[in-house]
Design a protein around this ligand. Structure first.
Ligand SMILES: [Zn+2]
Length: 267
């Protein structure tokens, strides 16, 4: 089982990383992707992946909230980081029209420019989208973004849209699936084949039931896996094995590093 998206680089989690990784291992979670949201957190994601090479990998990118900060220097810094061996994806990048922390045209330009970095580095993408499906899809169409591969992280679209996304990218399922009010996420998870789903925590955010009120952590991805198994009317083992295979297929450089380090592995 993998946590395909978290922010162990967040100041709320970073001081506790040793303990969090120990709990992750106890919960049967064998790896976690640490995702950057700006240049400093991308640097930290790479440093963590370097410190724990068999367990952690990094994604680097400027979150849509931070798009206003993507000047030429920041883009060059991300492009340099993207070439580090610990980096397996470009992200998280995309559009957020719910919070609008950066103006929408600035978000779109930052998204386009970072898709260019991903293409130049041959990296898959980790997409963040809130209330922006149409513009996101249009930019991915125009820029050839779909062929990069990767994941539509914490997907919260309609089941129909998720199914269309799943034809070209993996669909990330987060702790929302455990919420009493998470019926839309359960419907989405029911619609998309298990072979196209990834498990994510987005820690420290989106803490699953029954740990609401506390920061999320990678070990809790197991709760999301259990909820997904219930939705799919299958076993936890099946969900763990399938989503593990999906994670490694979504991020080929991570798979290559793990198989190089350790030989064969299972879920
Ligand atoms: Zn995130």
């Amino acid at each position: 089982m993998f946590d395909a998206h978290n922010h162990l680089n967040d100041p709320r989690l970073l001081p506790e990383v040793e303990a969090l990784l120990a709990r992750m291992e106890e919960a049967g979670v064998r790896g976690a992707l640490v995702v950057g949201t700006d240049v400093p957190t991308s640097h930290t994601a790479v440093a963590l992946a370097r410190r724990y090479p068999g367990v952690l990998a990094a994604a680097v990118g400027m979150h849509p909230h931070e798009s206003s900060g993507l000047d030429d220097d920041a883009l060059a810094a991300l492009a340099a980081l993207a070439r580090e061996p610990e980096v397996v994806a470009l992200g998280e990048i995309g559009l957020d029209y719910h919070y609008d922390h950066s103006p929408r045209p600035v978000q779109r330009e930052a998204f386009r420019r970072q898709l260019g970095v991903a293409a130049a580095c041959g990296l898959p993408i980790v997409l963040h989208e809130r209330e922006a499906v149409e513009d996101m899809t249009a930019i991915l169409d125009a820029e050839g973004g779909w062929v990069l591969g990767g994941v539509w992280h914490c997907c919260s679209t309609s089941p129909e849209t998720a199914l269309a996304i799943a034809e070209r990218l993996y669909v990330g399922i987060a702790g929302w699936i455990t919420f009493p009010k998470g019926e839309n996420i359960r419907a989405l998870a029911r619609a998309v084949p298990l072979g196209r789903l990834l498990l994510e925590t987005d820690a420290p955010y989106i803490t699953p039931v029954p740990h609401r009120g506390h920061p999320n952590e990678p070990a809790y991805v197991r709760l999301t896996a259990e909820a997904l198994a219930a939705v799919k009317e299958t076993t936890l083992d099946e969900v763990a094995a399938r989503t593990t295979a999906n994670t490694l297929a979504a991020f080929p450089r991570w798979a290559a590093r793990l198989s190089h380090d350790e030989g064969a592995f299972d879920g």
